[in-house]
Design a binder for this molecule. Sequence first.
Ligand code: B12
Ligand code: SF4
Length: 489
Amino acid sequence: MKKVALVTLYAKDTRGIPPLGALYLATALKKNGFVPKIIYKESTEIEDVILEIENFNPDIVGMSVFTGFLNQNYVELSKKLKLKGYKIVWGNAHPSLLPEEVLGQKYVDFIVIGEGEETMIELMMNFDNKSCFSNILGLGFKDENGAIKINGRRPFINIDEYLIDWSLIDLEKFLVPYFSNRYKRTLAVTTSRGCAFNCQFCYNLVFNNRKWRGHDAEKFINNLKPIIEKYNINAIRFLDDNFFFDRERAMSIVRGLNLPYYADARVEYVNEKFVTDLKDTKCQEIMFGFESGNERILKEVVQKGTGTAEIVKAVTLLKDSSIMVSGSFVFGFPSETKEEYLNTMKFIVKLLEINNNLAFTCGWYLPYPGTELYEKSKKMGFTPPNKIEDWDRLDRWRNDYEMEWIDWDYKDKVKYTRKVVHLLALSYKRNIPILKTILCKRVKNAFFKFPIDIFLLHKLRGIYLFGSNKNFVHRIVKKMVIKLLNGRV
Ligand code: B12
Ligand code: SF4
């Protein structure tokens, strides 16, 4: 029987999320009589990955690669395996969005565009019969002359056919603390794929053709319930792009699982009933793509389909719900002015004044292939990397990249925005007026000169001021520091 190794690499700080793509593929392959092996290792452990592959001796090695993240490591691994004679297939967002570029590399034999389950089954069924490759939808391959062939796209599959076989990984390794350590054995899952909206920076436009499809609630619950009981899982993180797209289905799932949870939503979904349902179903944290505090950016550039009024309404309705609201802001969109950047900063303060149980992730726009904004960024000066490994520089958390599509001075803004907004949100949460005042001034004016307070607070963040209540002494000192800052000692 043909054997397939499926490699997912993680970075030191991203450990603990199950390799769900590989798990779905492995489930499908096993169901069809093939022998899959999931290899999940840190990006620094390339030599160990190679050893594991050599011991397993697969017919093909699959890699799960999205844009930017660890591209360099996947390239290094693929090159080394190619030298040893292995056949290599790349799947996930990057090869799906840049099929020619990826397949043009000597170290890649096949690429799979979009969902991988049925394309991989057909590839393995026809593995020794090259003449059939051109009939496999979703596959990219090289013919006898080395010419690149990209087949047509595969229609979306019925995902309920491949509900995860959890025995394919050691699940213990993926049960991690979450929600400020309150729940120690949290599992991340996805219950649906894709999204029907039109956000101009999102991979969904091409990767999922704006088509949302979800697992049947009952089938999903029946698949996960035994695992929850066996492993004593006490909270769930739903990583779906748009978990609440079908609100009725989503609520059936969370009711059926009956565990505290995190999930993503869109702001216009929030009304009184939605908030009541979230509370009733033990929602701990809900995440929204706020994107910007400017109507022009939301409407014309991102085409979000919602404006700032909906954001304010959602944040207001969720106030006092004890549900933590996370919002993602993106700065530096093509054509965004410095004034618009400042507007978003002021908008952040406004939201915190309404609801202090807010957290933000602040990223800078990165042009992902296959999107409308990618084409716009190219017209405005962005030069896509020549080599696959150079896509690594599109890392959301780096603060030193060039953004050729921005024509104002963004360097110190990139360096401090995320940090200062994070600290401001914490000072609202802990209600420390003096810090609120100082940090508000910084955020509203994007004033980052003499950043000594930012430096100190950032250091203190993990320790006494904002950190978790690790032990008794810790708690007492933290209380005293907060009282001191409030002028109450
Ligand atoms: C979990 C997650 C992560 C995790 C780990 C991912 C992992 N190792 O699996 C972490 C936290 C590391 C992460 C990081 C980032 N992520 Co992320 N992440 C996700 C998320 C929420 C879920 C992924 C998932 O498990 N999906 C479920 C599975 C079933 O779907 P799938 O992975 O697409 O797999 C299917 C196909 O792609 C294909 N397939 C997948 N692998 C393979 C392999 C082979 C061999 C084959 C044949 C097929 C195949 O078949 C699978 C089944 O059909 C997705 C959004 C989403 N809902 O998918 C974003 C997503 C993948 N992330 C994204 C991005 C951009 C990032 C960042 C790289 C941003 C950046 N450049 O800095 C950051 C990295 C920052 C950092 N330094 O940490 C984008 C990717 C866009 C793109 N063009 O690449 C996504 C799509 C989010 C979005 N809506 O934009 N992410
Ligand atoms: S709502 Fe979110 S997942 Fe859907 S298209 Fe917009 S950014 Fe992408």
